[in-house]
Write a protein that binds this ligand. Structure first.
Ligand code: UD1
Ligand code: CA
Length: 456
């Protein structure tokens, strides 16, 4: 733990320019709320305390972030960043330094946050600043002739000369906790926006003989804020590009690093190939020599070594053995678990079912709540009728069984090992091992039958 630091995250703002009812910090980047990203970076510092100021959207914000280590501070009215900090004074621990992060600046990385916190001291404030070619909208860092910071002026309050300054306040700063109450207590809302500006404490602190220093983020994108859907989309691309680069460095073959989305944790073995347009969500582990075909979506799944997922497949909560062939157009739902060398072909849906080694379900089938042994062949169009309208029932298919095409297996039902089911059967009772079972009307021919004709 770093007992010297509190992290205070300001997240009460509405985010008017998002044009959304949802509180801005709950908009998602890589599948997680913006605030969750900031919290992850905050946690990497192992601070004494993490406090979040929330307000717009009410309890929806804490409800979306169930993390028990967060201290929540309600700011009922959003009267400015200075007011947000004032709201937190009652709960902040007395750790010497308080690092202020923004809930809508989600890409801040732990090394930059650590550096900034380390720059502050009992008599020193550290600001994270950035040099921008277009500083419009940001607070400007005003320096004296010697280059020392004298104050921050908000864009709306700035003179034309001040607006020409390219060095901006990112908003992130680190301050001596013990003096916060005094400084924010002296803020006024006498400015263009009628808000209590946290940035005004820079001039107050300077007058108190406090040093004001600045630091820079390792990468400028860390300080980008989300104010609009376009900015959110831009940050998503930055985030995804970095994930892709990490995978490439690890040896993963990405056919196009710009066409990959990882919304969670993707772990890859050696010699993994991922074609374009794939989406990985939650926790996904791809074994050695796996191939994921184009436009597949894989969520919370494990894929065994050497398994190929052909294009347009959808996996959710699946656990696959080695050397499988899945898809194209396969759908594996939660609880789908395969042994090695299993084939699941096009338009096959598997849910809550185990499929044993070497079994094949190659075309147009639904397997739900089934236990399928090894070496089983399931013909095209086979369906487990697992639901009676009230409850789910299991289908058990023994090793080496052969299920003819277009069979309905009405569960609960068991097909014994080595059994054969004739095509087109509706199986309602157990089929014995090693025997042929079929249920279908005998074929007849009505000779001389005439098809009705139109006209006279
Ligand atoms: C702020 C800074 C500005 C800086 C810019 C960087 C001030 C006065 N200005 O301006 O110098 O260049 O960020 O993006 O600080 N918030 C609250 N409660 C409030 C108001 C804001 O929690 O009452 C939170 C917001 O949710 C947001 C952060 O504080 O996460 C910044 O607020 P925002 O309104 O975006 O500040 P800016 O006007 O952009
Ligand atoms: Ca902002």
């Amino acid at each position: 733990m770093n007992p010297a630091v509190n992290v205070l995250i300001l997240a009460a703002g509405k985010g008017t320019r998002m044009h959304s009812e949802r509180p801005k910090v709950l908009h998602r980047l890589a599948g997680r709320p913006l605030l969750a990203h900031v919290l992850a970076s905050a946690r990497a510092l192992a601070p004494r305390q993490i406090a979040v100021v929330y307000g717009y959207g009410g309890e929806a914000v804490p409800a979306a972030i169930p993390d028990p280590d967060v201290v929540w501070v309600r700011q009922a009215q959003q009267l400015g960043t200075g007011h947000a900090v004032a709201s937190s004074l009652g709960v902040l621990s007395d750790a010497p330094v308080t690092l202020i992060l923004y809930g809508d600046v989600p890409l801040i990385q732990p090394p930059t946050a650590t550096m900034l916190a380390g720059l502050a001291a009992a008599n020193r404030i550290a600001l994270l600043t950035e040099q921008l070619s277009d500083p419009t909208g940001y607070g400007r860092i005003v320096r004296d002739e010697a280059g020392a910071i004298s104050r921050i002026v908000e864009h709306k309050d700035a003179t034309p000369d001040e607006r020409a300054i390219l060095e901006v306040n990112t908003g992130l700063m680190a301050l001596p906790t013990a003096r916060l109450a005094d400084w924010v207590g002296r803020l006024t809302a006498d400015n263009a926006q009628g808000e209590y500006y946290l940035t005004d404490i820079v001039a107050l602190a300077l007058a108190d003989g406090v040093d004001i220093v600045s630091g820079r983020a390792q990468a400028a994108w860390e300080t980008l804020g989300v104010n609009s859907p376009a900015q959110l989309a831009q940050l998503e691309r930055i985030y995804q590009r970095r994930q892709a680069e990490r995978l490439l460095e690890h040896g993963v073959a990405l056919l196009d690093p710009d066409r990959l989305d990882v919304r969670g944790e993707l772990t890859c073995g050696r010699d993994v190939t991922i074609d374009v347009g794939c989406v990985f969500e939650g926790e996904v582990a791809l074994g050695d020599n796996t191939v994921v075909g184009a436009y597949s979506v894989v969520r919370n799944s494990r894929v065994g070594a050497g398994t190929r997922i052909e294009p347009f497949s959808h996996l959710d909560g699946a656990s696959l053995g080695e050397g499988n062939r899945i898809g194209p157009f396969a759908r594996l739902r939660p609880g789908a678990a395969t042994g090695d060398a299993v084939h699941v072909g096009n338009f096959v849906e598997v849910k809550n079912s185990r499929v044993g080694q070497g079994s094949k379900i190659n075309h147009l089938s639904y397997l739900g709540d089934a236990d399928v042994g090894a070496g089983v062949n399931i013909g095209a169009g086979t369906i487990t009728c697992n639901y009676d309208g009230a409850r789910k029932h299991r289908t058990v298919i023994g090793d080496d069984a052969f299920i003819g095409s277009n069979t309905q297996l009405v569960a609960p039902v068991t097909v014994g090992a080595g059994a054969t089911i004739g095509a087109g059967s509706t199986i309602t009772r157990d089929a014995p091992a090693g025997e042929l079972t079929l249920s279908r009307a005998r074929q007849t021919t009505i000779s001389g039958w005439k098809r009705p004709r139109k006209g006279p």
